[in-house]
Design a protein around this ligand. Structure first.
Ligand SMILES: Cc1cc2nc3c(=O)[nH]c(=O)nc-3n(C[C@H](O)[C@H](O)[C@H](O)COP(=O)(O)OP(=O)(O)OC[C@H]3O[C@@H](n4cnc5c(N)ncnc54)[C@H](O)[C@@H]3O)c2cc1C
Length: 301
């Protein structure tokens, strides 16, 4: 999407993408029952033309490198997202059967969920999409464990309703504090604790606080973590870009990073993680890049 706006400004663009098709999370994340790939294909077909060159199976940091791109291009826009599942840093997270939701949906390396009990931790779109996917793959019991209540779930309301009609269960106001396994190191239960929600000065959202002695156990075969996502620390390290304290690429209000000629937008810079915001970043960054290029070319003249 970001590159479409650059093209509109008359700039020749090359897109480098690590997968073998374009689409980002819309193709490699959001499940097909929510967004059919044919819809995306049609949309891309209308967007792409001879001014946009597409190079798939090119992974920044592995088979293309920033310094090479800097030599070849007048400006670079980074928008490689933030699709790596965060961890909770609780005991048992390294057991077999604990899976990151983002990776599960992106790479579709599904274990055999048939007849299994699955706990999905989180309350956003990723948690709901994961729960609905796993249910379709035959899991007998799928429970979403969320530390706040239903009204505060960041997921789309419609999606929550769909999940309920698909017999997905919800444990609200519940925190997971430990994952337990059997002698083979396979997950077999989670320890949870009830929460209460309190108002803190200066905070818009209610804060969940664990209620003492309210611990209980839930039997489960898999635990899928959908508690947020981050960008690749390894890749950021290679790029030598300044980052924010939350680990996103730092930009100024014009989408400029700490390296001249390198811009960034979308989930990578930590704006609201929605499709609309990523597209908006792309539109605004394209204007800034156009401005930057016109100044640069004037100086060269
Ligand atoms: C399961 C799920 C459900 C969601 N549901 C919704 C929803 O209902 N509504 C909504 O508004 N938002 C939703 N979101 C969030 C939304 O999809 C993102 O905010 C949006 O896609 C971000 O766009 P982006 O272009 O910044 O990054 P992405 O869409 O992540 O695109 C990044 C692209 O960079 C590529 N890439 C990554 N690393 C490299 C590399 N090293 N080299 C080359 N290419 C690379 C990726 O393959 C990808 O194509 C959902 C996200 C997920 C994971």
């Amino acid at each position: 999407m970001q590159n479409f706006y650059l093209k509109m400004h008359g700039i020749k663009v090359t897109i480098f993408e690590k997968h073998n098709k374009l689409g980002g999370i819309l193709r490699y994340g959001i499940p097909e029952f929510r967004l059919e790939p044919e819809v995306l294909d049609k949309w891309l077909e209308n967007l792409l033309d001879e001014n946009i060159q597409v190079c798939c199976n090119k992974k920044l940091g592995e088979n293309i490198f920033l310094d090479e791109l800097q030599k070849e291009y007048d400006a670079i826009f980074l928008s490689f997202g933030a699709n790596i599942s965060c961890k909770m840093n609780i005991s048992g997270e390294d057991l077999n059967g604990v899976i990151g939701a983002n990776e599960l949906l992106e790479y579709k390396n599904f274990p055999d969920f048939s007849g299994k009990k699955v706990a999905v931790i989180g309350g956003g779109n990723v948690a709901i999409d994961t729960a609905r996917t796993v249910k379709r793959l035959g899991a007998s019991n799928v429970t979403i464990v969320y530390r706040r209540n239903e009204e505060q779930m960041p997921a789309e309301k419609e999606e929550i309703e769909f999940a309920k009609t698909e017999q997905i269960e919800f444990l609200f106001k519940t925190n997971i504090i430990k994952i337990l396994g059997n002698e083979k190191n396979n997950v077999n239960k989670i320890e949870c604790i009830k929460t209460e929600l309190i108002k803190k000065d200066g905070q818009d959202r209610l804060i969940p606080i664990n209620v003492e002695n309210s611990n209980f156990f839930v039997d489960t075969d898999y635990v899928i973590m959908a508690v947020g996502s981050k960008t690749s620390e390894g890749l950021l390290g290679k790029l030598n870009l300044e980052t924010s304290k939350w680990g996103y690429v730092l930009t100024d209000e014009n989408y400029k990073t700490s390296i001249d000629g390198v811009f960034a937008g979308g989930d990578l810079i930590g704006t609201k993680a929605t499709v609309a915001w990523a597209a908006r970043n792309g539109r605004d960054a394209a204007k800034e890049i156009t401005h930057y290029l016109s100044k640069k070319l004037t100086i060269i003249k």
